[in-house]
Ligand binder design. Sequence first.
Ligand code: PMP
Ligand code: GLN
Length: 382
Amino acid sequence: LLSPDGELGVTIFEEMTTLAISTGAINLGQGFPDEDGPAEIKAAAQDAIAAGANQYAPGKGIPALREAVAAHQQRFYGLAPHPDTEILITTGATEAIAATLLALVQPGDEVLTFEPFYDSYGAIIGMAGARHVTAPLLAPDFLPDLAALEDAFSNRTKVVLLNNPHNPTGAVFPEHVLAKIVELAAKYGAVIVSDEVYEHLTFGVPHIPITSLPGAAERTITISSAGKTFSFTGWKIGWLSGPEHLVAAVRTVKQFLTYSSGTPFQSAIAVGLALPDEFYTGIAQTLRHKRDILAEGLRAAGFGVYNPRGTYFINVDTAPLGIRDSVDLARRLPGLVGVAAIPVPVFCHPEGAERTRSLLRFAFCKKIDVLEEAAARLATLK
Ligand code: PMP
Ligand code: GLN
C-alpha cells in the first residue's frame, strides 16, 4: 500500500497549503491565483449547466472545445492540428501527462526530464515502471548544458519530457535549446512530450512551441491547460495535441483513467480560448508587474532573486540570509513570518536536491497588496 509517509506521500503543494491554512499564512506556495478568471468564461459555464450540459462529454472532448484548441494554435503559432484526430481534451494537464506516459512508456524504458521537474512527472514515471533520467537546469538562467543533455540520452530513451516555460525555475527555453532537444530526440528515436501550461505567461520573450520546429511535429505531443491561462485551476480542463497515432494511443489510456472530462467547463473554456488577443497580452502584462513587485520585495528582504522570464513563480536563494536548507525553512516559514513557499529540492532527485538546497519558490499570481504584505513580512527574517 502507498503510505502518506512514503515516497509518494502527500504532495508538497498540499502539505504547504494545509500549513498555510492552519497558520493563517499568506500562501505563496501552491500556484493558484487569488482572483477568478474572466466573468464571461464563468457565465459560459453557468449557462452550460443551466442548458443541461451535465452528462458525460464525448471521451475525446466536446467538438466546440477541440475546434477552439485548434483555432487557438492556428492564431498564436500557425499550427493546424485536426480537431477530430489530433486533439484530446483531458482532466487538466495532470491527466494529459499521466495518460501520455502510460500510453508511451513500458517498464524498463527511460524517460528524460529536466531537473528540477514538476512533481507529477516523477510519480507517473515511477508508476509506469520506467527509469527517470534527468538533465540539470543550472542557475542563474536555468537552461540546460547541451553536452550534459546529450549525455543523458540513450538508446533506451523513450520520451523526453520538457516543461516550457518551466516550473519551478521560470526559465523559457530559447529556440537553439529546443532545436537541440529535437535533434537528440530524432537521433535516439524518442517522443517529445512538451508541457506548455504556462505558454501565455512569458515576460518580454516569445513562447516557442517545440512542435513548431523543423522535424518536431511528427514526434511531439504538446500539453496545455485552462488552469493557468484563464485562472480556473479548479476546473481541471486540459488538452493535448500531436500526430494522430500518438493521440490515439493516449486516448486509449484516457478512456480508463477518467473516460471524459467536465462537460460544462469544456463549453466555457471554448469561449475562453476565443477571447481577443488583448486578453492574452493583458494577463502577461499584469503578471509581469506582479513579478516585479515581488522580486523587489524579495531583494529588499535579503534573498538572492532569480528573475523568471515565464510562469508565475520566482526562485530565490536563501543563502545570503545565512539559511542553507530551504526544505527546513519552508516548513518553519509560515509559523515564523506568516508566509508559505515551496522548497525547490522537492522537485529533484538527491543530487539535484543538493544543488538546489537553498532555493525557495514563491508564487506571484496574487493581488498586489497581498504580495506587498508578504514581502514586508519576509523582510523581518533578516
Ligand atoms: N504541469 C505543470 C508544469 C504545472 O505547473 C501544473 C500545475 N498547474 C500542471 C502541469 C498541472 O496542470 P492542471 O492543473 O491543468 O492539471
Ligand atoms: N502547478 C501548481 C504548482 O506548481 C500546483 C498544482 C498542484 O497542487 N498539483 O504550484
